[in-house]
Design a protein around this ligand. Sequence first.
Ligand code: HEC
Length: 169
Amino acid sequence: MKNQRHLTTLSSLVIVTLLVFTANSCSDGSADRIAELESRIEHMEDLYKPGLHSLMNETMFRHANLWFAGIAENWELAYYQHHELEEVFEDIEALHPEYHGEPIALLIGSMTKPAMDEVEEAIEAQNPVRFREAFTNLTESCNSCHVATNKQMIYIIEPDQNTVRNLRF
Ligand code: HEC
């Protein structure tokens, strides 16, 4: 079993080496072509990668929707909004693990994850008191990270007015 695994790893290595060798040894300029294509792909990825500020705006939108769903005790919607917020954080971790030298992915893991888990547990328990407490901690975690990344002027609060007029909470 172990040997078989070693054999598979070995054959994969041989295939990869052969591929690299073939790519490098092409004398018809295809190595240059590959390099050019790689740089074009990189450029396009940069063009279509949402900036951290855009993802943060979505975070703010989800944060507000989560609050209004939670205080309306619409647990199904709250669960959905929590999940979407989680996905935005995952996108941020994947697309901007570091931002101007700040370890964004690391900070999300240490600051936001515990608060997000707390909110999820409150939703699952359908407990409005726990939801409010957990939401306060979540909002604090947004602000702690803004302080940690020198963006303390972006101070998030619990929304007092629902500006989304076309979704039933
Ligand atoms: C990992 C750290 C971190 C966490 C956690 C975090 N933020 Fe941010 N946030 C930032 C940084 C850094 C910026 C500045 C981005 C830039 O310079 O483009 C920012 C910017 C923003 C902005 C301004 C966007 C704009 O218009 O330019 C908003 C709004 C925002 N965050 C909301 C939130 C909310 C709401 C939460 C919590 C649910 C949150 N953030 C959690 C780091 C964080």
